[in-house]
Design a protein around this ligand. Structure first.
Ligand code: 4AD
Length: 456
């Protein structure tokens, strides 16, 4: 082992961008010594040289071990995912050679901090041996260390941050509604119920009703919280626990709601793509991604039914679509993929939508409702204007067979200064599946939860 030497080594992070300006500077000024900590992402032996790609969450760095250092026992038995400290000198890579961020660390000393197993238990065997989806999900804690899975998580962090920035730019207040509730929002069939100190309670399906109670004191509000759905089907876009970006806007019209949705979606994308590190990841994940063109296409439900009939896309029973049909996932996705641009699908019949939706003044069969559909995924947003007349809401409870007592606090919004207002919920995992071109929402959350899976 080689000693640390006279000069003090600086601890640096590995990625490019702001955090690593020191390293960028260092790689220009030959002889600058640095100390890095990370895990072995890859290792490659070439004659008497050992190349180690170190990873620390901020980026990757190529480290070069030569001479006696490359012949030490630890170097010769180095395994992937081993954590280590390396000190040495930053240099630009030679012309024609490639390394992350075009620089490398020429090591003169290293220490192993946590050795990872090799052979049968090597990380590559654990996650790649079978390669089937279930094994990868069982091994998600190790899969997350890979480039694709971790990139999606970094994009997710950037998207969540961008939503917070954009809402605050718009002057919205963030609130944090409860997850344990005694009311349903989106129908009884997907409620997770549990015993709450002897009373019936549920995991929330949506924070919408609580957000509506916040607008009288805060004006426009939003939240980013978990929602829970006991979905009894296994599809590539349904989770039992998902992250729900929801907002509620006061004193608006339906057109205002649609304009806001375009603004928030495009505004978030602009912020995300303005981050060079994240933009580079997106370029790898989804090279064909294009900013959606504004205005988004607007299509009424009745026109979608006609479109599906014209294109011979049947309903769930295999019959031609008719007014009043729920547009099922497969039909919706086929239509969105053929049209191949974001669509605002509006004015769904009251009979197939939730109890709280405001009816269209010109056609009371339908509601002022919108789903935003994206190619590859289909619905990523569901929203509407909210029924704001007191008597009409009481009627709606009755129609749905909902006991009004439990909703006294929601009904009170219509008694104490009601207002025309509306809002929406955006599924973060679906938004990411679209943005990162992932086949399933199971790959856009840290640890997916769906029917049959509650581990790791
Ligand atoms: O259309 P949904 O059910 O609408 C509501 O919950 C409204 N109360 C929201 C509101 O207006 N504040 O759900 C909204 C969005 C969907 O468009 C979808 O993106 C996502 O939530 N979503 C799911 N994502 C993953 N797994 C599930 N099981 C989901 N169910 C809904």
């Amino acid at each position: 082992r080689i000693s640390l030497g006279e000069k003090r080594a600086e601890i640096v992070k590995l990625g490019s961008g702001e955090r690593t300006q020191e390293v960028d500077e260092a790689s220009k000024a030959r002889g600058t010594r640095v100390r890095v900590f990370g895990r072995v992402h890859r290792e490659r032996k070439q004659k008497d040289v050992l190349f180690v790609t170190l990873r620390d969450g901020h980026g990757y760095m190529q480290c070069v071990l030569t001479g006696p250092l490359a012949k030490t026992f630890d170097a010769l038995t180095l395994t992937r995912e081993t954590s280590m400290m390396i000190t040495g000198e930053m240099r630009e890579v030679l012309a024609g050679a490639h390394a992350p961020d075009n620089r490398e660390l020429h090591a003169d000393y290293f220490e192993i901090l946590g050795k990872a197993p090799g052979g049968e238990d090597a990380v590559t065997n654990k996650v790649q041996a079978k390669g089937d989806a279930q094994t990868l999900l069982d091994m998600r804690h190790l899969v997350l260390r890979g480039e694709t899975a971790s990139s999606v998580m970094f994009v997710r962090d950037a998207v969540e941050h961008a939503f917070n920035c954009k809402y605050h730019d718009l002057g919205y207040t963030k609130v944090s509604p409860p997850a344990l509730v005694q009311t349903q929002v989106e129908g009884g069939s997907t409620l997770f119920g549990f015993n709450y100190y002897g009373e019936n309670a549920y995991l929330t399906q949506s924070s919408q009703l609580y957000l509506e109670t916040a607008i009288p004191f805060a004006g426009n509000v939003y939240c980013i919280e978990k929602s829970f759905r006991a979905e009894k089907s296994l599809t590539r876009r349904h989770l039992s626990e998902y992250t729900h970006v929801e907002a509620e806007l006061d004193f608006i019209t339906f057109d205002d709601l649609l304009a806001h949705l375009e603004d928030i979606i495009c505004g978030v994308l602009e912020i995300v793509l303005g981050n060079p590190r994240i933009a580079a990841m997106l370029q790898d994940l989804n090279p064909d991604f294009q900013m959606p063109e504004r205005p988004f296409m607007r299509m009424k439900y009745a026109d979608a039914i006609a479109w599906l009939k014209d294109h011979d896309i049947p309903n769930e029973e295999g019959h031609p679509h008719a007014f009043g049909d729920d547009i099922a996932e497969a039909a919706e996705r086929r239509m969105t993929d053929i049209i191949n641009r974001p669509i605002f699908l509006t004015h769904f019949p009251a009979a197939i939508k939730s109890f709280y939706m405001q009816k269209d003044a010109e056609d009371p069969r339908v509601t002022e409702s919108v789903d935003c559909l994206m190619p590859g995924v289909g619905e990523i947003v569901g929203g509407s204007m909210r029924m704001y007349d007191y008597e009409e809401l009481l009627e709606a409870y009755k129609r749905e067979g909902i006991g009004a007592e439990a909703y006294y606090w929601y009904t009170d919004q219509r008694r104490y200064g009601t207002s025309p207002h509306g809002g929406y919920g955006l599924g973060l995992e679906r938004f990411l599946a679209w943005l990162c071109k992932q086949h399933t929402v199971r790959d856009t959350c840290l640890y997916p939860r769906y029917m049959g899976r509650c581990k790791p």
